[in-house]
Design a protein around this ligand. Sequence first.
Ligand code: ATP
Ligand code: MN
Ligand code: MN
Length: 293
Amino acid sequence: MVDDERDGVRLTSLDAPLGDGLEVTKGDLVDHLDAFADRLVPQLAGRPLSVKRVRPGQEPFMQRSVAKGAPEWVRTVPVWSSGAHREVHQVLCDDRRTLLWLANQRAVEFHVPFSLAGHDEPTGIVLDLDPPEGADFGVVVQAAQLVRRALADAGLTGAVKTSGSKGVHVVVPVRGVPPEDAAAATRALAARAAALDPDLATTAYIREDRHGRVFLDSTRSGSSTIVAAYSPRIRPGLPVSAPVAWEDLPAVRPGDVTVRTAPERLGDGDPWRALLPVAQELPADLVAEGHTI
Ligand code: ATP
Ligand code: MN
Ligand code: MN
């Protein structure tokens, strides 16, 4: 078995399969996270982290609590878990060595909330676009254009990335917005975007009410999480959540960017950072409209 040490972190069994059916080794995951550390850590820093992990012979599992036996330099923050009915200690991945330590535990997906630990105000809002079962990715692209128009009509701009799975995420950095207002504005944006083409997109939470339309999910802001840009997903070949310029979106095929192709496809820069607009204030009428939904 091939072992290694980077930044003082011991990395083990790098030549072993990462997990069942994933078609990559543990080393492929470690190399990707190492290469993208400078672009991932700024998105994770200061935010209670949830990771989705794999192990050969096991189902993938979401982990919020820091793993037992963590080195003393791994920072954590206590967070109340309403699901678990207790306080859990979540990792704050503030540096490369913490990311590598997580990589060695086969943490593949990195999910973070839009608010920093100890703060209520979100740093961004997101619309999570989910395609209907069996649909072509093209419908998600069309729905994303509706969201872009709804944003522009409200005087806002957002950045788009693939989820690395089936859909896309449209992110709008915000400032000075209380959490309830951010949630309201997100609902209003989703409603306005769906109204632009009600045959294509819907805000219906109930699956049976979607009737083959793209679901504009407005509930992923605040303390719920979204997968970070450049995070791999637990799917064959480890596709990566990839930033896309709006103009390039029609040419995107999900699964194009994987841990193997990411260095070539995404380059050495930080396209997500480059594409994200500055933090914006949310228009009062949008917030007010959202509070009626
Ligand atoms: P897809 O393109 O397949 O929809 P996704 O990452 O957008 O991929 P969603 O199910 O739409 O997946 O969820 C959006 C986000 O909400 C996820 O990125 C994740 O951060 C969070 N999330 C969803 N389900 C869970 C869960 N069971 N536990 C924790 N977080 C979750
Ligand atoms: Mn969703
Ligand atoms: Mn989604």
